[in-house]
Design a protein around this ligand. Sequence first.
Ligand code: NAD
Length: 434
Amino acid sequence: MKIAMIGTGYVGLVSGVCFSDFGHEVVCVDRLADKIAKLERGEVPIYEPGLDSVMIRNTQAGRLSFTTDLAAAVDGADAVFIAVGTPTRRGDGHADLAYVMAAAEDIANALTGYAVIVTKSTVPVGTNRKVAEVIRKTRPDAEFDVASNPEFLREGAALDDFMKPDRVVVGVESDRAREVMGDIYRPLFLRDFPIVYTDLESAEMIKYAANAFLATKITFINEIAALCERVGADVKSVSKGMGLDGRIGGKFLHAGPGYGGSCFPKDTSALARIGQEHGVPQRITEAVIGVNDAVKRRMIEKVLDLCGGSVNGKVMVVLGVTFKPNTDDMRDAPALTIVPALVGGGATVRVVDPQGRREGEALLPGVSWETDVYAAAQDADALVMLTEWNEFRALDLAQLAGVMATPRLADLRNVYDREDALAAGFTEFVAVGR
Ligand code: NAD
């Protein structure tokens, strides 16, 4: 199959690379000339483990290329994927569809024969029909179908998620489009990964419902964690005891500083708006959004309490600022709420993050960036674990406590045990829900 991938971000690049690895001929398009130039040089503009080698293998095999020329990529394509951003629209919380609609118009102008226009971006119910309308209006002569193919990959594990998905969801309305989508994903069906064919509206809804459900699960355990602290329970045991129930499952049941990232905040907000607009308020999702904001604020209180009520004049070392490990993505990371509160409270903040600096520098003014945890901890007053990168999971706590001015640890990811921290020389320790 010949595929054009419009938008070469976290989703478009991974999808394009993986489709080319299936054997398809893929052209990835982006309007950022810098990004395309980097990709053409074989450089991956994001941090995603394993992506570079698969990308280079397929560009060298001649199956994968990059361009800013959308029309050239669309010319003769069997399928054109829209994988552009759908961020929260300023002011009203809706998904901003400006990029999707602009791409649809550009695609319409470039169509040269029958193609399936596939929306991979996360879009509100009804968007695929709007995409079809825009194309029909722009090019009444165009021969095309639309398909909805929401993406479920997780940053940090994106290649594996794409190559071994729990399921592929495809919303289509014609046999012809279904056949094209079947051909594209055939390498996965051969390995028995399930595909859910459905209508456009259901496919669009599946993505929002899935993300809102996962955000709810995280938020539920975060709220339980606050209660655990009050009643003397340990949320780690509670999660384990709950998660072993097959009906519940242990994933997304780890208490922490609140969810962030490029998807959950914007998708829960969009779902709440979709519900309001249709007169069916999504009260659970609305509550989740409010509780998650409160969770992040509660983390600030925790750190202040650890430092005796104020961080003014204190040296704080923040471990991890990306929204989760194994990504450089800072979008809506809890660090963007918590770190500025520390800086604003008068603290000197040193940040250590294996990949966060490139994005984080502009987003976190007033902090210094360090590469070594032990050097950063020299004469510091507190360590705050915000993102549990692997290299932060087995720190030498005694060495850290030894170099700090006042050895305090706020472990907002529940990596360490209080007894171990105190035995290593930390004088103050706080975790989440324990
Ligand atoms: P992103 O911001 O990383 O990438 C979007 C890219 O599209 C950018 O490089 C931008 O320059 C490009 N672009 C925008 N308009 C364009 C146009 N008209 N022509 C060519 N290029 C254009 O976004 P992302 O994180 O990859 O997300 C894309 C979509 O996938 C969103 O709807 C998101 O909700 C969804 N999604 C994201 C993830 C994730 O983990 N990031 C997972 C599942 C679904």
